[in-house]
Design a protein around this ligand. Structure first.
Ligand code: PRP
Ligand code: URA
Length: 209
């Protein structure tokens, strides 16, 4: 069974609360998502392997640690996942970026695929699949399925807010994928929206409603 990591640092909780507020407009919403994604990346990358190198400080030679060249790819689920890319890239600037386009059919709540472009060597990389909202889990589960079909085996799912239903779905379909969230919410409403959540992440990010 995969693990769920709740990144509940006070700064993260504070910023998530600002994002939830319906009075927060697209500019501030985007900035907050960017900042939280950077803070989450700090924890998500905690297990990156290190290697020892020898360098010369102004005082003496020293053995010290650097990241052991592990290759990362950030894969946002369009649209809303785009808002998490820059914050993570600011900590891991050498990461490559793939895109998976999915939208949730408002009637069936089933994911519909419209785009998939991944780095050529995606299967050799650790993938950070990012999307602010994990609601029914249909979109995330389908996106992980696409990644696995492309040979990716080392995948982490990074969400801002998750509902228990979405976590259960991903754990059931993909028990090998760990989930990182800033907040675990209560449940879904009848339209598949997270309660209390923050509304429609894509619309709030891009000001489309
Ligand atoms: C939202 C969100 C997730 C999905 C979550 O995207 O960004 O991708 O819903 O719902 P699920 O867990 O029930 O699948 P949406 O379908 O609204 O598309 P958008 O980002 O283009 O607005
Ligand atoms: N997608 C969103 O953007 N928000 C939700 O609460 C559920 C799905």
């Amino acid at each position: 069974m995969s693990k769920v990591h709740v990144i509940d640092h006070p700064l993260v909780q504070h910023k998530v609360s600002l994002m939830r507020d319906k009075e927060t407009g697209p500019k501030e919403f985007r900035e907050l998502l960017d900042e939280i994604s950077m803070l989450m990346a700090y924890e998500v990358t905690r297990d990156l392997p290190l290697k020892t190198v020898e360098i010369e400080t102004p005082i003496c030679r020293a053995q010290t640690k650097v990241i052991a060249g592990k290759k990362l790819a950030i894969v946002p689920i369009l649209r809303a996942g785009l808002g998490m890319v820059d914050g993570i890239m600011s900590l891991v600037p050498a990461a490559k970026v793939g895109h998976i386009g999915l939208y949730r059919d408002p009637n069936t709540l089933e994911p519909v695929e419209y785009y998939c472009k991944l780095p050529a060597d995606a299967e050799e990389r650790e993938i950070l699949l990012v999307d602010p909202m994990l609601a029914t889990g249909g979109s995330a589960s389908a996106a992980i399925g696409f990644l696995k079909k492309r040979g990716c085996r080392n995948i982490k799912l990074v969400n801002l807010i998750a509902a228990p239903e979405g976590v259960a779905r991903v754990q059931e379909d993909h028990p090998d994928v760990d989930i990182y969230v800033a907040a675990m919410d209560e449940k879904l409403n009848d339209h598949g929206y997270i309660i209390p959540g923050l509304g429609d992440a894509g619309d709030r990010l891009f000001g489309t409603k």
